[in-house]
Design a protein around this ligand. Structure first.
Ligand SMILES: [Zn+2]
Ligand SMILES: [Zn+2]
Length: 337
């Protein structure tokens, strides 16, 4: 597959897509109703469908009955933890193995010219980003994901939360699944992520995730425990929303499985010969690269644009970032004098 129709590689070999990222067209001004109409089907992407499908699988085949969930024991949370470990190993492992271990598409569509295994560093456990990230994901990321899941299910089983049935509220719940849940994911992520970029939280907590300047799929859940818990805690909001446990599980999976989107490191994934799959990874790749931009997601809620931290990959985005950086530097220097 030739990637030159979609972007270009610089001298070092870093791939830069031609297509600029845009916030959701609902935020465009002047309003562009046709563009909004064309964009609407993208709310049900293959990624979203995957989160819905896995939520259904968990709800019907993994989560125990309400009578069991009512009482906190070691047994059922441990089963959930093991299932989540296996699922994370399969999901993150599949992308990591195909794109980074087997290097099935080489450097085609790859943002960074190097693979993490070519960059040993003292900041990582065993000097290896891969080993460090895998251990942190499995020892910290997945247990925190499971802790949120356990609190959520135990709370629902004990009568907390407004539990809406699908029979009585199908329109609201479908709207919630397709629009509100992804929007809430972005809002929650932006808020905790922006906060974690402030000192001393950055130094204490978030710097661990940012050790991976050139992330790969296994970097997705490589976090400090506080970050891993707060990130997955997006699902706990469902205890105060008119929602139900299945929807909350879907929201949880959007975080636990969906973290991969920012960390794939490739613009597109080659699939079955000539088919290409959008990774949605560029904005968060730029965040890892430049640090002070794109705190949110894809722009369904355009917080980065409203607050001036949006970087769409263009020279204009680069210029805005430099201006903000110089203003910050001037503020710091003024504070010192
Ligand atoms: Zn960050
Ligand atoms: Zn990240």
């Amino acid at each position: 597959m030739d990637d030159s129709a979609f972007g270009s590689h610089n001298k070092r070999g870093d791939f830069k897509p031609f297509a600029l990222r845009e916030v959701a067209p609902i935020w465009h001004w002047p309003p562009q109703p046709m563009k909004v109409l064309k964009w609407l089907p993208s709310l049900l992407s293959a990624w979203t469908a995957f989160h819905m499908a896995t939520a259904l699988v968990w709800w019907f085949f993994v989560v125990p009955d309400m009578a069991t969930l009512k009482t906190l024991t070691w047994q059922w949370p441990l089963v959930l933890l093991v299932v989540n470990w296996v699922a994370a190993a399969l999901w993150y492992g599949a992308f990591e193995w195909r794109l980074y271990a087997k290097r099935a598409q080489g450097n085609r569509f790859k943002y960074h010219h190097k693979f993490p295994s070519q960059q040993p560093s003292d900041v990582f456990w065993f000097k290896s980003q891969n080993i460090d990230n895998a251990l942190r994901s499995f020892l910290i990321g997945v247990p925190c994901w499971t802790a949120v899941q356990v609190i959520l299910l135990w709370a629902y089983a004990n009568g907390w939360g407004l539990w809406l049935s699908w029979d009585e509220h199908p329109v609201w719940l479908v709207f919630f699944a397709l629009v509100l849940a992804p929007a809430w994911h972005e809002l929650h992520f932006f808020c905790i992520h922006w906060l974690l970029h402030q000192e001393p939280f950055y130094k204490w907590i978030h710097s661990i995730h940012h050790n991976s300047v050139n992330p790969s799929p296994i970097s997705s859940l490589s976090m400090h425990p506080v970050e891993a818990f707060c990130y997955h805690a997006v699902a706990l909001w469902h205890l105060v929303f008119p929602s139900n446990p299945l929807m909350a599980l879907y929201q949880l999976h959007m975080a636990s499985f969906g973290a991969i989107n920012g960390h794939i490191g490739f613009e597109k994934i080659e699939w079955g010969g000539s088919r290409l799959f959008d990774s949605h990874a560029y904005l968060h790749y730029l965040h890892h690269k430049h640090f002070d931009v794109n705190f949110g997601g894809d722009g369904l809620v355009a917080l980065d644009q409203w607050l001036g931290s949006w970087h769409d990959g263009s020279p204009e985005g680069e210029r805005r970032m430099q201006e903000r950086y110089e203003a910050k530097l001037a503020r710091m220097n003024a504070g010192k004098s």
